[in-house]
Design a protein around this ligand. Structure first.
Ligand code: PLP
Length: 387
């Protein structure tokens, strides 16, 4: 039985040649290819600053630090995300809280956020940072989120791990028009890959400079930032406590090659989504929200089982798909349900839409290299169990 993964990379000969060229070059890391990859992503997004890192998780961490998050502060995000969207707050010693999702988009609900901000303002517990996750590749309502950020004085990070190649309000996701920092992931299941990797984009040069320092030990070679006069040409200073979160040139070489096909990847994913929409329309399930205005990058194609119209359980449907070699997944278990978080006292009944989502959601296979034949297999099993 051929297995159909829920997501996988698309590597072509040009990608392989690009990595081999770096292997034969002078620099495997800290060479010219990382800045060249950053330039490619800047050219795509229009952001003024781009900092490549070894993962989106690292990028989220240094973004939080650069935006001043520290002990006693609050970071809010959506519970329907990968744990990294929340963990970045804990890394900084801050507290984490969650805002329930919008049932239509599965993104953070601006209405719930507004209510929660109103109460937090009264209790003097306003968040310093809100992490807006573009679930599945579809942008959050950034205009409303940025209005709230102006009114309540919090910084906005877009966790666009799913959304490179998507558009919002006529511009590319990553232009930071409505946010302080946008983060991309280049993990192999995402839209473009560098093996492991991530990037933080911003229009703010101070935030960019802080993130640049923190990704490489807090060390600078810029005399303008030195505290002391240089002892000699070897001189550098550590002026902050940073990390080794650097991307290698090998990864950046792959990233540059992949970026040339970004448009192709997103177009193909949207075609697959259109075909799923058509095939699945007669079945008793909810298909993903489609916006007439904004283009989703379609990292994920998530359906929700309509329990009132189906005899099988969510779990039985999931297991049947898996036993037929269709490696469906569930993105995500609400973060507050993870033992590490539930020990902090979160109450699932505070998040009714996230709980409903968790009872119904299934991520169907979705990747640029997926064939129509593979999609027909997915449809066939779903039809058998649901029709
Ligand atoms: C994949 C992902 C991350 C983490 O990305 P890495 O590059 O693996 O660190 C963070 N947030 C979301 C929403 C993700 O999907």
């Amino acid at each position: 039985m051929d297995l159909i993964p829920y997501g996988r990379q698309d590597i072509c000969d040009d990608d392989i040649d690009a990595v081999v060229a770096i292997l034969k070059s002078d620099f495997l890391t800290q060479g010219p290819t990382v800045p060249a990859f950053e330039d490619a992503v800047k050219a795509h997004t229009g952001a003024a600053h781009a900092l490549a890192m070894n993962s989106a998780t690292s990028a989220l961490h240094v973004a939080c630090l650069a935006l001043g998050l520290s002990e006693g502060d609050w970071l809010w995000t959506s519970p329907i995300s990968f744990v990294a969207s929340a963990n970045c707050g804990l890394y900084c010693g801050a507290n984490v809280d969650f805002v329930d999702i919008d049932p239509v988009t599965s993104n953070i609900s601006p209405d719930r956020l507004e209510e929660q901000l109103y109460k937090a303002d009264r209790d003097r517990r306003l968040p310093k940072i809100v992490v807006a996750v573009h679930m599945g590749g579809h942008s959050c309502d950034m205009k409303r989120l940025s209005e709230l950020s102006a009114r309540y004085g919090f910084a906005l990070i877009e966790d666009a791990s799913h959304a490179i190649g998507a558009t919002y309000d006529g511009g590319p996701v990553g232009n930071c028009r409505y946010s302080d920092v946008t983060v991309f992931s280049f993990h192999p299941v995402k839209i473009v890959t560098t093996g492991e990797g991530g990037m933080a984009l911003t229009q703010n040069s101070n935030v960019a400079q802080r993130m640049n320092l923190l990704r490489s030990h807090g060390i600078t070679r810029d005399p303008a930032l030195f505290s002391n006069a240089p002892d000699g040409p070897w001189y550098y200073e550590q002026i902050d406590l940073g990390f080794n979160y650097r991307m290698t040139d090998l990864q950046a070489g792959l990233g540059i090659s992949q970026m040339t096909r970004l448009r192709q990847f997103v177009d193909r994913r949207n075609k697959i989504a259109d075909r799923y929409d058509e095939l699945l329309a007669p079945l008793p399930l909810k298909r993903p929200h489609r916006s007439s205005r904004d283009v989703s990058a379609f990292h994920l194609y998530i359906v929700r089982i309509d329990s009132n119209r189906v005899h099988s359980t969510h779990r039985a449907i999931f297991e049947l798909l898996r036993s037929n070699g269709i490696l469906v997944n569930l993105h995500y278990i609400p973060i507050y349900r993870q033992p590490y978080y539930s020990a902090m006292g979160f109450d699932p009944t505070d998040y009714p839409e996230s709980e409903a989502y968790y009872r119904e959601a299934i991520s169907l296979p979705m990747f640029a290299a997926m064939t129509d034949e593979q999609q027909d297999v997915v449809y066939g099993v779903l039809h058998e169990v649901l029709a």
